[in-house]
Write a protein that binds this ligand. Structure first.
Ligand code: BG6
Length: 487
């Protein structure tokens, strides 16, 4: 891969918004603290609000101080010198031109659009019209790229009219999470797992993304998307791809993303019959979540809604490696705990030699990859229970933890924000951990099929009490194949 010159500035659109405040600014600050920002790298923040540079800096400092890591004065001085703020109307070329004098001497900017996706096309056109979008610049976009295949095609075409694909960085922040990258290391830096990573040895895979929070302030956005489009189309399908993809030849963006696209293309399309038997939609009603009383989804806004806040489904990958291995996915708001987890359930041993005493001891191996709240990888192995017993050998399971946190110990160790890795990769022009255009579109193609099947089958969301694991159908869904969700 040819070396890409480093970006020398970042223009942050939507700089006063939630994403910028909570994720982007702190990530840039920590990159600076660790010496990862190139010398002279400038951060030009922009939004509509007429704020002075000083007032903006004050806001950033406040946000950083509210975090547990603390703010080192020397780093802050260095970081604040990079920071500038200019108000502008980013949807017109005239407006965007106001940024030009502040970017003088910076010919390789990256534009980060922390704004509503409905503005992507207009901002790109404005960047083109203002002359700021050059062959040397890059654009960073957040999900959701569209609400279905058709709208994603349109957004991709409009952005693509201004920026070449290798200059477009579509963020899925799950790919910046340490454990997701560790999954790549686990699979492809060991000889142990890969020979077993197929339908001969693996029984099924579970991917759970459970949140205790409700939808709250994001109601208007969320109501248009629901759990299927907000979480499954992107984060969960990405996790599925990393579990299911064939070994790429190398870590080059093209190699990795080609393999992911193949997985997406192998997903079995959903039919109307699958909608009933292989998926569940739910919407939370009042209940108790994380120890507190919680109102229902509709009550949060005082408006009726047919949007799902929970989805569970069975996905099948029609290829040689995965034929007959179901992938069970579930995600929801207001579930009993925060848990993001991938569980690879291996098949039981074909025959037990241990006799009656150990009949109930024997558990099939399992690899559990925890992303949240704690990061860990745990391999469940069987071994002999210590000591002697009358009826013959007893067995016990041994959870072997490959805890990532252990490797974090040491000076300066901390859990990084997913955006740190991703922003550093944009600076270096490495798009391996970003979503390519055809990936987004293939994912939408499959998700559109699910949504259509739901609508053809007339499937409205089933109520579930806040603080529960979703509608009872979610249990039936997995039990139908004589399996169960992991506790
Ligand atoms: C976002 C979704 O992309 O991911 C949110 O829009 C969700 O609805 C969030 O809460 C979850 O991210 P994380 O990193 O907290 O699991």
């Amino acid at each position: 891969m040819a070396e890409t010159p480093l970006a020398d500035a970042m223009v942050l659109f939507g700089a006063t918004g939630d994403l910028s405040r909570r994720m982007v600014m702190p990530s840039l600050f920590f990159l600076d603290a660790d010496g990862f920002l190139p010398n002279g790298f400038k951060i030009l923040a922009t939004a509509r609000a007429h704020l002075s540079r000083e007032a903006f800096l004050e806001q950033v400092l406040e946000t950083l101080k509210a975090r547990p890591e603390g703010v080192d004065d020397t780093v802050w001085t260095r970081f604040s010198e990079r920071l500038d703020y200019v108000a502008c109307d980013a949807t017109s070329a005239e407006g965007v031109k106001e940024l030009a004098p502040h970017l003088e001497g910076h010919g390789r900017p990256m534009f980060f659009l922390a704004v509503s996706p409905s503005l992507y096309a207009r901002i790109c056109a404005a960047l083109a019209g203002s002359g700021l979008a050059t062959k040397q610049s890059r654009i960073v976009l957040e999900k959701p790229i569209g609400r279905d295949l058709e709208s994603s095609l349109q957004i991709n075409a409009e952005v693509g009219a201004v920026f070449d694909e290798d200059r477009i960085f579509r963020i899925d922040h799950y790919l910046g999470k340490e454990t997701v990258q560790n999954l790549i290391a686990l699979r492809f830096a060991n000889t142990l797992f890969e020979p077993l990573w197929n339908n001969l040895t693996i029984d099924h895979v579970q991917i759970t993304v459970a949140e205790t929070e409700g939808v709250g302030d994001r109601w208007p956005y969320y109501d248009e998307y629901g759990a299927l489009r907000d979480m499954l189309q992107n984060h969960m399908l990405q996790l599925l791809c990393f579990v299911a993809m064939e070994p790429p030849a190398d870590m080059d963006p093209r190699s990795v993303r080609n393999e992911k696209v193949k997985v997406l293309r192998s997903l079995r399309p959903f039919t109307r019959a699958d909608a009933q038997s292989s998926s569940v939609r739910g919407q939370y009603t009042k209940g108790v979540s994380a120890g507190k009383e919680a109102v229902g989804y509709e009550t949060e806004r005082g408006q009726p809604s047919g949007t799902e806040t929970f989805v569970a489904l069975r996905a099948d990958i029609d290829n040689w490696r995965w034929a007959g291995v179901p992938f069970f996915l579930r995600t929801g708001k207001r579930l009993p705990e925060r848990r993001t987890q991938i569980a690879i359930q291996f098949k039981p041993v074909p025959h037990s030699i241990f006799g009656n005493a150990a009949k109930d001891d024997l558990i099939a191996n399992r690899l559990v990859i925890d992303l949240q709240p704690d990061e860990d990888i745990e391999l469940l192995l069987m071994n002999k229970a210590p000591g002697i017993s009358k009826g013959g050998m007893r067995l016990q399971s041994l959870p072997l933890s490959l805890s990532l946190l252990r490797t974090y110990e040491g000076p300066g160790a901390r859990r990084r924000i997913a955006y740190e890795r991703l922003l550093l990769d944009v600076i270096h022009g490495n798009s391996t951990l970003f979503v390519r255009r055809d990936e987004v579109e293939e994912a939408w193609r499959w998700i559109d099929g699910v949504a259509e099947a739901w609508s053809e089958a007339g499937m409205a969301p089933k109520p579930y009490a806040a603080g529960s694991w979703g509608p009872s159908g979610a249990f039936a869904l997995i039990e139908r194949s004589e399996r169960a969700w992991l506790d």
